[in-house]
Design a protein around this ligand. Structure first.
Ligand code: ATP
Ligand code: MG
Length: 776
């Protein structure tokens, strides 16, 4: 252990070695807060604290896994395995399952994801015959989420005239009723949404002193990372659990508080000292992550905020290169700059893709970056957006699995009762829903008793409903005797899901089948992993819980080498050698929606601070002079945040003169996606000089209107520009088969193949070495 302690600096060592009592570590980015937390856990264990008595709460499950691995390296795997570590949601979902009956929930309750919640709220709004343009389901969910995270239950809402007035003022006088209906429907479905996992935990700890005492006794040491972003509900849980032993260690940085818009409360950090007696406060000042240039520029940024705790951050690291600022004419060109730069850096310095990250303010910005990376054949992974588990076909399979575990799950039932089509129409489902609401039962229970309730359904429909119930029950029997993989495979066949997609026969249909196979693989992996741990059977319910709480960052297996694309919010806590912050424009970053008050603007600035401090070696700030937003080309100004950084930390790549400078990529891709091979410079010896940014002899006169549709080409495949200049979406002519469109491309060199849908003859896969194709 000592050798690990020796690797810490003195300021870091103090909070690690202080075994007991409440403590808070406040420190800037990259100063080792997460490292302190990790070492502290290892140290506690080395001092004889039982792993079962330690609870560590992290921002993602991935962060928890990494911490656990590191600790296992110090104290041994067998011990580390027993630590309670994870996100608030995953840890408290586990506890809620154990205690569910106390709250009237089944222990196999379903966890509704945001999509489920939005759909249910949409349905309620429709049933209440409200205008969905006034009551927008997503907005309504946001409001309900706010209430839940502030522990305002339905009853508390109706007891509070001010809240009701506020909703009435914002033209939503019936919000309370929607809230009430939503809560009832979730309960009836045996389902909790994400916010319930915290709200119900609070309820559990408040209402049942014996339960509280049990967990207080279990979690004798509690540690929280990223404490600045805890919301009120999370704060109360931590406070309740730590109340008895008061061995609580939280680490955070007020300058990185970026979730106020979701209810995170910076006061949690500011008030910590008032909440406990004898709080020890520690500060870390040395940044180990970034170059001096980046650290000083980041200090420069955050200095502009008025509301902040005074902090010092310095580094011993080398000065490093200046932050590079790049201006483009359009977002398409911005994407090409990013891709070209990554390409050159990789070539010149033999770097892996995983050394690069592209961060943006909004998810929509990823599209132009993706297009450019694909054209360069640079593999990337997008975090956020539509994740694997949100895809339709995956949600369909999961819905069946969810129903097996919890037949009351209304969202799952509505999703698959008539998919694949089995003749149960919308009117029937509506009748069932009305009956379910009337009898305060789940739809499934109504279906089980369909012969006893008069819903004016004809006998054919009743038979179909009975068949569905029988099918689900037969799956339940299998679930009792077989593992989750066997069951899931059986379900995909028996329900006709896979056949339905096979019938479809399109490439999209095939891709969907592949996704389902991938899901089955995932289930297999999961149960194998479980068997390893404790010889368990591989229960379906545990798999479903794992899936429900997976965040986008968690899926990163770490073994594939890709450029990371994500929003800045998701990048919190991470680090990369090279970081591009794109879309540095007024109204985009800072966001137009967050410039109304000083506090909103300060949150945007903290977000920029988070973005900049992710970079270890080189940061790039890029902006475009015009960009497509909401389908229109709009002019934009550079972000004020660029100006706020002292010029001595910046290098403007193309601002020195008035002539139009343009980044010259190693390989020129013209606006039609074709490669000018004469400009290929790949055979040139690799030099160690930084990428060159050279002027055009002739100032370029881009035709923006012409540029745009081309960058909008759907290039979903992996166009390999070294072998040919085909991209997915190209219309081509084949000597024998005639006209067709490229659907996908795969392989390299002599193995390069294209899948083409011909107007006559349908889908064919051709080896490009032989196929004589002409792009038309
Ligand atoms: P953030 O605020 O972004 O979450 P942090 O304060 O949690 O940052 P860490 O991620 O713990 O900082 O540390 C930043 C980097 O510095 C990591 O790569 C870590 O391994 C390294 N580091 C921290 N402390 C030391 C040290 N004493 N010696 C060497 N490297 C260190
Ligand atoms: Mg950290």
């Amino acid at each position: 252990m000592q050798q690990y302690i020796d690797q810490l600096n003195e300021a870091q060592r103090a909070p690690v070695l202080q075994k007991d009592g409440p403590m808070i570590v406040i420190a800037g980015a990259g100063s080792g807060k997460t490292r302190v937390l990790t070492m502290r856990i290892a140290y506690l264990m080395s001092q004889g604290v039982d792993a079962f008595n330690i609870l560590a709460l992290t921002f993602t499950n991935k962060a928890a896994r990494e911490m656990k691995t590191r600790i296992a390296g110090i104290v041994g795997n067998n011990e580390a395995k027993n630590l309670w570590m994870g996100t608030f949601h995953s840890i408290f979902a586990k506890i809620l399952r154990i205690e569910a009956d106390k709250l009237g929930y089944p222990s196999n309750f379903t966890i509704y994801d945001t999509q489920d919640s939005v759909r249910l709220i949409g349905a309620i709004i429709k049933e209440m015959q409200l205008d969905k343009d006034v009551y927008k389901p997503k907005q309504v969910l946001g409001r309900i989420s706010q209430y839940k995270n502030s522990l305002i239950t339905v009853r508390a809402y109706f007891n509070n005239p001010e809240l009701q007035e506020a909703d009435a003022m914002s033209k939503k006088p019936r919000l309370g009723e929607i809230y009430e209906n939503y809560v009832e429907r979730c309960f009836k479905s045996g389902a909790m949404d994400f916010d319930d996992l915290l709200l119900k935990t609070n309820e559990l700890l408040n209402r049942f002193p014996d339960v509280l005492a049990k967990y207080q006794d279990r979690f004798r040491y509690i540690l929280v990372d990223e404490y600045q972003d805890t919301n009120h509900s999370q704060y109360l849980i931590v406070r309740a659990l730590s109340d008895r032993f008061q061995n609580i260690c939280v680490v955070g940085d007020d300058a990185q508080s970026i979730y106020a818009f979701r209810g995170a409360n910076i006061n949690n950090i500011l008030n910590f000292q008032k909440d406990y007696d004898g709080v020890k406060m520690y500060r870390l000042e040395q940044n180990y992550r970034s170059t001096r240039n980046i650290v000083e520029a980041a200090n420069n940024v955050i200095d502009k905020n008025k509301t902040k705790l005074e902090k010092v951050v310095w580094t011993d690291n080398a000065e490093g290169p200046k932050i590079k600022v790049h201006r483009s004419l359009t977002d398409g060109e911005e994407g090409r700059f990013v891709a070209s730069t990554i390409f050159e850096q990789k070539m010149q310095h033999q770097l892996p893709n995983s050394h690069f990250a592209v961060l943006y303010r909004t998810n929509a910005q990823s599209r132009s970056i993706e297009d450019a990376l694909r054209k360069r054949d640079i593999p990337y992974r997008i975090y956020g957006g539509l994740s694997f588990y949100q895809r339709k076909e995956i949600k369909d399979v999961l819905a069946y699995l969810r129903l097996i575990i919890n037949p009351k799950d209304e969202e799952a039932l509505v999703r698959v009762i008539n998919y694949p089509a089995r003749g149960i129409g919308d009117t029937t489902v509506e009748k069932l829903t009305v009956a379910a609401n009337h009898y305060k039962r789940s739809i499934f229970e109504i279906m089980e008793h369909i012969d006893k309730i008069d819903l004016r359904l004809n006998s054919g429909t009743k038979a179909k409903l009975n068949d569905f119930v029988t099918m689900i029950k037969s799956f339940q029997v299998i679930n009792e005797n077989q593992d989750a993989f066997y069951l899931a495979e059986h379900v995909t066949k028996k329900t006709g899901l896979v056949q339905e997609l096979k019938k479809d026969g399109t490439p999209e249909g095939i891709a969907r089948i592949e996704n389902i196979e991938e899901l089955l693989n995932g289930i297999k992996d999961f149960i194998e992993g479980q068997k390893e741990v404790d010889g368990a059977r591989g229960a379906l319910s545990e798999f479903l819980e794992d899936v429900a709480l997976v965040t986008d960052l968690d899926k990163d297996t770490g073994d594939d080498d890709r450029v990371a694309l994500m929003t800045i919010h998701l990048a919190k806590g991470l680090e990369f050698p090279h970081v591009f912050i794109v879309g540095m424009e007024e109204d985009l970053f800072p966001s137009a929606m967050s410039m109304n008050t000083r506090s909103e603007l300060e949150e945007e600035r903290r977000l920029f601070y988070v973005a900049l401090t992710r970079a270890e070696h080189q940061a790039y700030l890029t902006y475009a002079q015009s960009r497509y937003r909401w389908g229109k080309l709009v002019d934009s100004e550079p972000s004020r945040f660029i100006e706020e950084i002292d010029d001595r930390y910046l290098e403007h790549l193309n601002m020195e003169t008035n002539t139009s400078y343009r980044y010259k990529p190693m390989m020129d891709v013209d606006i039609f996606g074709e490669v000018d091979k004469s400009k290929l410079r790949l055979s040139k010896p690799v030099s160690s000089t930084p990428p060159k940014y050279i002027t055009d002899q002739e100032p370029q006169k881009p035709n923006i209107r012409k540029l745009k549709p081309v960058s909008g080409i759907k290039t979903q495949g992996n166009a390999n520009l070294f072998d040919n200049n085909l991209v997915v979406g190209n219309i081509v002519m084949h000597e024998r088969f005639g006209k067709g469109q490229i659907v996908s491309l795969e392989g390299v060199g002599a193995d390069r193949k294209a899948e083409i849908r011909f107007e006559v003859g349908g889908l064919k896969k051709l080896l490009l070495k032989f196929a004589k194709l002409e792009v038309i």
